[in-house]
Write a protein that binds this ligand. Structure first.
Ligand SMILES: [Ca+2]
Length: 337
């Protein structure tokens, strides 16, 4: 039976071969099985898949190119912002060098340092090229020297900056432990054993601070306390202590340029109010006995921004003025905030 069917099939194919009404394509299709409905569907699906894969590859390529362009543009604008910040540093240095009488410098109501009394409040914000830059100049002699500050002075500064009394002892004792050469704990302080137990261990300095930024390594001092912060999770607000401390100068405070918080720490609240009143009365040219300071150290903080303000670079430097030259004694290329 099987043999008969096979023969019939063979015969049918043979008949078709001789039949002119059957197209060569049909013949081929029957012969190779390539264009039957079923196999045609498979081919179509394959083609669709290839298209899908190609679209995905092109999409991915275009996405990565777009990312690359954005990275390049960001890099370019960040470099521009950095160069703008450097322009601010140069302009600040020129301003310090061109001041006529450094002993007459003072701060105005917004605590802006007036280096040259004849010029009044300087603008210190400029457009240049595709962006802008602004800078501040601070007299380091108007700050409290971190390496000579007493317990009471440190407590006063931190308390006025929003640190609660429960944390004061830890912070103040830890600052003392950080700068003293021994490894004996103050009552609430911290030495090597504490710092070595941290996730990223380091040693206690056991020497003088080289920059106020070093305070960020001291136990109890958070970036919020250091730089200042708006309300945190626990509802605390910090004024930021970085602007009150220096590591330069003899430790004598320049009363005409010191912020109120520093005056209170150094001279007590009553004397601080007196000094502020004297300043407001414009008696800035008459140094109080024992407080005459020759301004020597200045910190400059300069920020450069791109046109829409989305990219910002901040540079901080401290310069020492000697006669007609300025020497850079501290440089931080990337200040956060
Ligand atoms: Ca120590």
């Amino acid at each position: 039976m099987m043999k008969v069917q096979s023969l019939r099939k063979h015969k049918k194919i043979s008949e078709n071969k001789d039949n002119p009404s059957v197209s060569p394509l049909d013949k081929e299709g029957i012969k190779g099985g390539l264009f039957t409905d079923q196999t045609g569907g498979v081919a179509l699906i394959l083609v669709i898949w290839v298209i899908v894969v190609l679209v995905a590859i092109v999409g991915e390529f275009s996405y990565s190119m777009r990312t690359e362009i954005n990275i390049t543009r960001n890099f370019k604008e960040e470099e521009e912002a950095y160069q703008l910040a450097l322009a601010g540093i140069q302009q600040a240095k020129a301003e310090i060098l061109n001041a006529k009488d450094m002993s007459k410098m003072y701060v105005d109501g917004s605590e802006i340092l007036i280096i040259d009394p004849e010029e009044g409040s300087p603008e210190r914000k400029y457009n240049l090229g595709n962006g802008n830059y602004q800078y501040t100049i601070t007299d380091e002699n108007g700050k409290l020297n971190l390496n000579t500050a007493t317990i009471e002075q440190l407590r006063s500064i931190f308390m006025n900056s929003g640190v609660e009394s429960t944390e004061l002892d830890t912070i103040v004792d830890s600052i003392f432990d950080w700068r003293d050469t021994d490894d004996l704990h103050m009552l609430n302080g911290a030495e090597d054993d504490y710092y070595q137990s941290l996730d990223r261990p380091y040693s206690s300095k056991d020497g003088p601070f080289d920059s106020p930024e070093e305070l960020l390594l001291v136990k109890g001092i958070t970036p919020g306390i250091f730089y200042g912060s708006k309300k945190d999770d626990e509802g605390k607000t910090f004024d930021g202590i970085v602007k009150y401390f220096t590591v330069y100068g003899s430790g004598v405070i320049n009363k005409w340029t010191a912020p109120k918080v520093v005056l209170e720490a150094a001279f007590g609240p009553d004397e601080a109010n007196n000094i502020i009143a004297q300043r407001e009365a414009g008696q800035v040219n008459v140094p109080t006995a024992g407080s005459k300071v020759v301004p020597e150290f200045f910190s400059i903080v300069s920020s450069g921004k791109n046109a829409d303000g989305t990219i910002k670079r901040t540079v901080k430097t401290v310069v020492q003025k000697q006669d007609d030259t300025l020497e850079i004694i501290y440089w931080n290329d990337n200040i956060i905030g």
